[in-house]
Design a protein around this ligand. Sequence first.
Ligand SMILES: [Zn+2]
Length: 125
Amino acid sequence: MSRQDKATTERFTKTLRELVKQPENKVCADCKRNDPRWASWNLGVFLCIRCSGIHRGMGTHISKVKSVDLDVWTPEQMESIQKWGNHRANLYWEAHLKAGHIPPDQYVEHTHFCALPLPVFDLTS
Ligand SMILES: [Zn+2]
């Protein structure tokens, strides 16, 4: 496993801490609790510790969970979480789950490694 240089890792951590201060990322994507410190980088959402446990339980083929504060993030993971974030991810997932429509082209790549459809939003109800 190749190690990322420390400066890059620190820059990513700083970016993540900025991201969780954004209004849409300030609450858990699943249960809306304040101050999520975890994220599913492939789904592109920030999560509280409880929901991060649920996501972990789904398996890494569905949701890839990392800590905002403790884990080393790779450029690929940063790109995904920055591209999505709670607001866009929720719009996408909720629209998808309700309508069951085929995702627009720009989402295909994301869809591809997410193994749709997922019961993500049913877990908290
Ligand atoms: Zn939560």
